[in-house]
Design a protein around this ligand. Structure first.
Ligand code: CA
Length: 222
């Protein structure tokens, strides 16, 4: 999963990025409204954390721009302590959730996971596919009831496939949601990650759909 953080307070932005990466998310950080607006319009993210008070373009204008351009990613806005009117304006502009500063980073992580899960159409936190179970609220996987250890890249790929299980996830879409904006992406690196996942979870669960992408399926599993 890939998250966009738009925050001009460098310490806060870096802290958020570090905490989200520690939870396996890919993170891009923008430090002003113009840069944030551009990234949100041109790159694919699973969710965005958007500060309202930003240089060059404020967060409300950024959000209106994304929604006007048809970008439907879940957006969590960050507002000032006494910013009730910012919250109202934020929701009017298309925000999905808000947090008031100061906040605990753990709360951002939990809210983002809930937003991503609901945007993928899962009311329940537990997503199951054959022997594989994903707790979308804790970010943990189980295989046959036992904890499954994954690298950050493996987690990013498998969580995408899991949230959209039984559906083909296009290869280009998967690449966009696995790598950070400044990553140097090798042309076959997704295949390498999928190969490693198959060795961990069994070869039949991830189906290659030629010319399109991958599908996580319990079809071949009994
Ligand atoms: Ca700010």
């Amino acid at each position: 999963m890939r998250i966009l953080v738009v925050e001009d307070d460098a310490a806060l932005g870096d802290g958020l990025a570090r905490a989200l990466r520690a939870q396996n998310f890919a993170v891009d950080v923008a430090t002003d409204g113009e840069d944030g607006a551009h990234l949100g319009e041109t790159e694919r993210y699973d969710a965005a954390v958007l500060d309202i008070g930003l240089p060059k373009r404020d967060g409300i204008a950024v959000l209106r721009g994304w929604r006007a351009a048809g970008r439907d990613l879940p957006v969590l806005i960050l507002t000032a302590r006494d910013g009730w009117s910012e919250k109202v304006e934020g929701f009017k502009a298309g925000a999905d959730d808000y947090l008031t500063k100061p906040f605990r980073i753990e709360e951002v992580v939990m809210r983002l996971r809930a937003l991503v899960r609901r945007a993928a159409g899962h009311a329940s936190a537990r997503v199951v596919c054959g022997p594989l179970a994903f707790d979308a609220q804790l970010g943990t996987f189980e295989l046959d009831g036992l904890p499954l250890k994954l690298t950050a890249f493996e987690w990013r790929v498998l969580s995408q496939l899991m949230l959209r299980r039984e559906v083909v996830v296009e290869r280009a879409d998967l690449i966009e949601r696995v790598y950070e904006g400044d990553a140097d992406v090798d042309s076959n690196s997704i295949e390498v990650i999928v190969g490693r996942l198959r060795r961990k979870i069994g070869a039949t669960l991830i189906e290659t759909v030629r010319g399109r992408g991958y599908r996580l399926t319990a079809d071949g599993w009994t």
